[in-house]
Ligand binder design. Structure first.
Ligand code: F6R
Length: 612
């Protein structure tokens, strides 16, 4: 989603701003722009399309100066075109603003400004901010911005510069992340620390209702009352190399291949042979309080929601605690009756998803203890939750989530073990689970060997228009995730269903052009899933089966019925989603490639959805 980068210092601003935007590309956007200052001159360059289009334009018409702001826009108000791209200017052209978030009262403000004779050039909500800052400006830019913030309803992360202040950059945040980067005789602002990699490792995360005031040699943070505060400077310890593609053609493929190592990182130091359990440092809940928990609500969006569904099976089987899984976008506006001892667990890669954040805040407001599983360190959700667990998946740049999903499921598995050991799991059961969980990274490594076979299957099916993904029990959420991966990066319509549910409607879609991907479990309901597979075959539907190795009888049966079979290592049912998801990720990846899609930056999507 939208990205902000700002710079003030002694170096040329343009390359820093453009490189920062390039680093934010993974978030998803559809236009980009930059404004720099040289004395009283403001240089504005904007282009619909990719940051490379903007960079080309800058090649023809550079933006000089040591001071400026830049932005990648994900269209909300008005289409993606040059005019609606940020920055937006005040009428006199002295003030430039970039903005992430949504100004909910912008149409009322716009009408008011238009009645006063102000002409608007764009359809964006952001332009009102530029005009309002000009109206309130009486020689003090910080004061003018502060006055305008009081008029805005909605969410914002903004950065503002003015030709009247060649040594000043002002930022502010409410509900949309902003971080200050601190350098030597230079300072930065960005919506995501990734943009600052290579320039500084020292950052200050702005809190809601705070402003930052940056000059080349100094900076300070103001609170809601306009008082200076002592801000904590954090050190970013991610290696900039992590965010590069290395030898891989796409971030998504690199991240699929990083899953074994990411899983090792998620487990490191968290499994205890002595207690036959797992340990977590940041839950901020003692064992007694956890034992008192009567119910969990897991809340999340998209892929994280699918991980939550796996978590529901895990918690109910091992911890014997009732769990409800709620879309965060629904939970935030519902008012479900929740017992006092309900813990709300938010699951999120980015830690910035607007709906998940709102659901978490609403739960806190009602007095529930909140926990979060987050990947991005110091993200808003990580900071606002009462306690939580980091996923340690490393930066996930591909818009389609892969390794974060695996680590979410792995952490949920360890949490289920921890909760289970407090309740009804014996030490023997705990030890067995630890052994099985520890085997996962190598098993996933081995699963990746299916890559070439999956690539061939993609060749055969990449021209279809519809696909079904079917699984049961633990493999049902994996089916949902496989379908989501396919539709988001290849734009093929795909649906995930519990395999037996398919008879209640979706089976009407089955014909010789609609393949079904079947996720076959190793025990339990394997026979039932095979019957569902037969029902599809009987109607002429092609079947791609993902089946466990090691059961000759089952293997023979699957081979005789399915059109394609990818054998994957066999794990206990509760860990099988982490194995089955690998061929599904690879299938989506190769089908998307063959259809000429931009795998890392699918159309209309954003990596972190910071608007409602
Ligand atoms: C799909 C995908 C999205 C995210 C969703 C939630 O591949 O990545 O569906 O899972 O937008 O994002 P987070 O986990 O950052 O809250």
């Amino acid at each position: 989603m939208c990205g902000i980068v700002g710079y003030i210092g002694k170096r040329e601003a343009e390359p820093i701003l453009v490189e920062g935007l390039r680093r934010l590309e993974y978030r998803g956007y559809d236009s980009a722009g930059i404004a720099t200052l040289t004395g009283p001159h403001l240089h504005l360059r904007k282009r619909a399309g990719r940051s490379a289009d903007l960079a080309r334009f800058l090649g023809e018409k550079p933006a000089p100066g040591h001071h400026g702001i830049s932005h990648t826009r994900w269209a909300t108000h008005g289409p993606a075109n040059d005019t609606n791209a940020h920055p937006h200017l005040s009428t006199d052209g002295s003030i430039a603003v970039v903005h992430n978030g949504v100004i909910e009262n912008y149409s009322a403000l716009k009408r008011q400004l238009q009645a006063e004779g102000i002409v608007f050039y764009s359809e964006t909500d952001t332009e009102v901010i530029a005009h309002l800052v000009e109206q309130h400006y009486k020689g003090d830019l910080v004061e003018a911005v502060r006055a305008v913030l009081n008029l805005l309803k909605g969410t914002y992360g903004i950065a503002v510069v003015s030709t009247n202040h060649p040594d000043l950059l002002v930022g502010a945040r409410l509900g949309s992340p902003l971080v200050v980067g601190i350098g030597e005789e230079e300072n930065f602002v960005a919506s995501d620390p990734t943009a600052l990699m290579g320039n500084t490792q020292r950052v200050v995360y702005l809190q809601d209702n705070q402003m930052c005031v940056l000059r080349p040699g100094n900076w300070h943070i103001l609170d809601a009352n306009h008082a200076r505060i002592d801000a904590t400077v954090h050190r970013i310890d991610w290696d900039p190399g992590d965010a590069e593609k290395g030898d891989f053609e796409h971030h998504m493929l690199k991240e699929i291949y990083e899953q074994p190592e990411a899983l090792e990182n998620a487990m490191r130091g968290r499994l205890s042979d002595e207690d036959c359990s797992a340990h977590f440092g940041g839950l901020n809940l003692d064992a007694c309080a956890l034992r008192r928990a009567e119910r969990f609500i897991f809340t999340a969006c998209g892929t994280s929601y699918h991980a939550a569904l796996v978590g529901e099976y895990l918690f109910e089987e091992f911890a014997r605690i009732p769990v409800e899984v709620e879309y965060a976008s629904e939970l935030r506006y519902r008012n479900p009756p929740m017992e006092r001892n309900t813990i709300v667990l938010a699951i999120t890669q980015s830690g910035e998803t607007a709906d998940t954040l709102a659901a978490l805040r609403e739960s806190k407001r009602k007095g529930h203890h909140t926990l979060a599983l987050c990947n991005v360190v110091s993200s808003t959700i990580a900071r606002e939750t009462d306690g939580g667990v980091y996923l340690h998946a490393g930066p996930e740049i591909g818009v389609a989530s892969t390794k974060a999903f695996s680590n979410q499921v792995a952490v949920l598995t360890m949490l289920a073990l921890y909760m289970g050991r407090m309740r009804n799991l014996s030490s023997l059961q705990g030890s067995r689970m630890i052994k099985e969980i520890r085997a996962l990274p190598d098993i996933v490594r081995r699963t990746l060997q299916c890559h070439d076979q999956v690539k061939e299957i993609a060749q055969k099916y990449h021209q279809v228009s519809n696909m079904l993904y079917l699984g049961r029990q633990y493999l049902f959420p994996a089916a949902l995730e496989g379908a989501l991966k396919l539709k988001e990066i290849s734009y093929i319509h795909a649906e995930g269903y519990p395999a037996a549910e398919m008879k209640h409607g979706p089976i009407a879609l089955v014909d010789e052009n609609t393949p079904s991907v079947f996720l076959i479990p190793s025990g339990g309901v394997a026979d039932k899933v095979m019957s569902n597979l037969e029902e599809i075959k009987a109607r002429g539907g092609p079947v791609i089966a993902i089946a466990p190795e090691g059961d000759d009888e089952l293997a023979k049966h699957v081979l005789s019925r399915a059109d394609e079979v990818v054998f994957v290592p066999q794990m206990p049912d509760y860990l099988q989603p982490l194995v089955a998801v690998v061929p599904l990720q690879l299938l989506a990846y190769h089908i998307a490639l063959l259809r000429g899609c931009d795998v890392d930056k699918p159309r209309n999507l954003a990596k972190s959805v910071t608007v409602e």
